[in-house]
Design a protein around this ligand. Structure first.
Ligand code: SF4
Length: 688
């Protein structure tokens, strides 16, 4: 294209939570390219998904362009008018609400959509559905970060900005995180930091790319993070590598914590984690001797039955070494989807209103009731993962799913399908006829990030703009308009609002967003850098580094997190351990990225990584088709034989429908916040 033929629209990448800024290049009403912008988290960098995977799906012929309603006689989904579809949703969901109460309804919010959409979805659930059963996909990823860091620090979010870590940390300890694949532009910045001299400790059961750059790689057994962290803490205490002044002034509970970790000797931890005790000691000394050391972690920490304990045990490490509230340090969860941080911030969780204002606090509820002009249910809502058993038991009868595909993404697929089939009424609002939408009674065609105004919040709490660049043919509607329309049809009088007006309502009701508006984000003052919450007023510059001088909760809390083994370990019937993760070229259920042929050519189908020893014992060669079975299901995949995983351990990406790992994964849940243990289950592998 020639420069004068195109329009360039500055926006935010819709894939991972790095929040890269780029321009959508629009020619004749169609996006034809992307061009990197100098955003605060990407500095002109983009990964392959941002470069080529962000626009084919917008114009895909597979897009839903009309509402669909299931014909009760033929059982088929058929095209309907918006009035027919929304009347049906309002009457059926309204009838279930009136007959069984709001407890019989639930809503799942889209962590890929805008803050303004998510705010209105949870408002619809609380005002029109009369339910607190509202959740988002953080429940299956970083729920433990929200719960664990809220308990230890008072705020469940990344403490330091990406660039600050890359530029100022003397040591980076990467735990259960493979940013070169899952958050590639962060991975690029960390790699550059290591090349400049920053020390790197990688704690991961696989030989990830950055492990080759690491000073120390602790290739620990999946599911043993808490033992590892407690062992590090014990060594730091014994070696005198703790910040006693920080502990005394800014924390509480140290004495009990120090007593608790005493049994995590290097020998015990080495045996439990499958590592060399000398490496553990070396890692503790490297971390403890740094002036500023940052912990960066991801789902390898959270997706366990002890995920919250894993997060708290990392927080303990930063607390004893005084690594909070200054540049280049902290505890930093890399959030997964582009706006999963925002989905939590916007109150799409059972116990929290926007800005983590607690439903348990009557003053918070009263304020929302006064502003919204309606009584809000007071009972405790159900986490999304706990909703599935309730669907099977009949306690939840109506479900509204906005932009999520649990048939692809939740553990134990057979269980999820059984739950969805048990519902009286299922509504899906999405861009495509997903595997989940195929079970719906009504399917509503929403709009993508390139067709709406709004904001995403990236992993470093940075609220950035997305902007409408194109329209697509058909009858898609703004998701906020769908929710507003449904609220009114179900009896809650919700005035029509633009996206900017919705953000004004969010800001009015949410102290940490008081200073955020579309107008300010678009202003010369902010100059495309976004605003990091807490942003407490129109003159507040936002908060790049959290917990300076004081933790959000006051004093930081040490947690007595003990190691407990995973719920399902290999045995005679299922002798190998399976853990799951992501690859660079695809994103989550591939709903958006698999519409780009080039990405499918790089990585387009299911595979399982096996250790050479295990493969040889089974007579499996690299590239062979294999059958992988667990107690929950069985799939076919392709064997990738290498030394990336230790003997006895296997690894699969969870993206691909032609052998979806989630038929195998275990729905055992985190003991505190109900996040599933995707990272450990037992499987059997046979030649197909
Ligand atoms: Fe998009 Fe993430 Fe890649 Fe950046 S790193 S271009 S946000 S997928």
């Amino acid at each position: 294209y020639r420069e004068w033929e195109v329009e360039k629209v500055l926006t935010t990448c819709p894939h991972c939570a790095t929040g890269c800024q780029y321009y959508l290049v629009v020619k004749d009403g169609k996006i034809v390219d992307t061009e990197a912008a100098d955003g605060p988290s990407n500095h002109g960098l983009l990964c392959v998904k941002g470069r080529s995977g962000s626009f084919d799906f917008v114009h895909s012929p597979e897009r839903l362009t009309h509402p669909l309603v299931r014909n009760s006689e033929t059982g088929e989904l058929e095209q309907a008018t918006w009035d027919e579809a929304l009347d049906l949703v309002a009457s059926r969901m309204g009838a279930l609400r009136d007959q069984f109460g709001g407890q019989a309804l639930a809503a799942f919010a889209c962590a890929r959509s805008a803050n303004e959409d998510i705010y209105m979805l949870q408002k619809m659930a609380r005002t029109a559905f009369k339910t607190n059963n509202v959740d988002n996909c953080a429940r299956v990823c970083h729920g433990p970060s929200v719960a664990g860091l809220a308990q230890t620090l008072g705020s469940g979010a990344m403490t330091n900005p990406i660039t600050d870590i890359a530029e100022n940390a003397e040591v980076i300890m990467l735990v259960g995180s493979n940013p070169e694949e899952a958050h590639p532009v962060i991975g690029m910045q960390l790699r550059k930091a290591v090349e400049r001299g920053t020390k790197l400790i990688v704690v991961d059961p696989r030989d990830i790319g950055l492990a080759r750059k690491a000073d120390i790689h602790l290739k620990l057994n999946p599911g043993t993070n808490v033992a590892f962290a407690n062992g590090m803490a014990r060594e730091l205490i014994h070696a005198g590598l703790i910040d006693q002044a920080f502990i005394d002034e800014r924390s509480e509970g140290f004495a009990d914590f120090a007593a608790m970790v005493e049994k995590y000797t290097p020998e015990f931890v080495a045996e439990t984690c499958g590592i060399d005790a000398r490496d553990l000691v070396a890692a503790a000394h490297t971390y403890g001797q740094a002036g500023a050391a940052a912990i960066v972690y991801c789902l390898g920490v959270t997706e366990h039955t002890g995920g919250t304990e894993g997060v708290m045990s990392l927080s303990n490490l930063a607390m004893i070494t005084g690594n909070f509230g200054k540049p280049g340090c902290g505890v930093n969860p890399l959030r997964g989807q582009n706006n999963v941080q925002g989905a939590c911030d916007m109150g799409a969780t059972p116990g929290d209103f926007p800005g983590y204002q607690k439903q348990a606090n009557p003053e918070v509820v009263a304020r929302f009731e006064q502003h919204w002009g309606v009584e809000i249910p007071k009972w405790k809502g159900t986490y999304a993962t706990d909703c599935f058993p309730k669907m099977i038991s009949g306690d939840i009868k109506g479900l509204f799913i906005f932009g999520e595909d649990p048939v692809r993404t939740d553990p134990d697929t057979a269980h999820v399908i059984r739950a969805l089939k048990s519902l009286d009424f299922l509504v899906v609002d999405d861009l495509f006829l997903t595997e989940t939408a195929k079970y719906a009674d009504v399917v509503l065609p929403g709009r993508s990030y390139a067709e709406k105004e709004g904001t995403f919040s990236n992993t470093e709490r940075r609220v950035q703009r997305i902007r409408a660049a194109v329209t697509i043919p058909g009858e898609t509607r703004l998701d906020t308009d769908i929710f507003i329309d449904l609220m009114n049809r179900m009896g809650y009088a919700q005035p029509q609002l633009t996206s900017a007006q919705i953000m004004d309502e969010i800001a009015e009701l949410t102290p940490s967003f008081h200073g955020i508006s579309h107008e300010r984000l678009d202003s010369a003052e902010v100059a495309g850098a976004g605003l990091q919450w807490p942003c407490k007023g129109p003159d507040h510059p936002g908060t790049p580094i959290m917990h300076v001088g004081q933790f959000t909760r006051g004093k930081g809390a040490f947690s007595l997190a003990e190691y407990i083994p995973a719920a399902e370990l290999p045995d005679a019937d299922y002798p190998l351990m399976l853990t799951t993760g992501r690859v660079l070229a695809q994103y989550n259920a591939c709903a958006m990225t698999d519409k780009t042929p080039g990405l499918n050519e790089i990585s387009g189908s299911s595979f399982i990584e096996m250790n050479c020893e295990d493969a040889a014992a089974l007579g499996v060669a690299d590239g062979d088709r294999v059958r992988v079975s667990s107690r929950r299901g069985s799939i076919e995949s392709t064997a990738h034989v290498s030394g990336k995983t230790n003997p006895g351990q296997t690894w699969m990406p969870f993206h691909f429908q032609d052998g979806n790992a989630n038929w195998l994964t275990n729905a055992a849940l985190d003991r505190i916040c109900s996040t599933p243990e995707y990272k450990v289950c037992a499987v059997r592998v046979e030649k197909a």
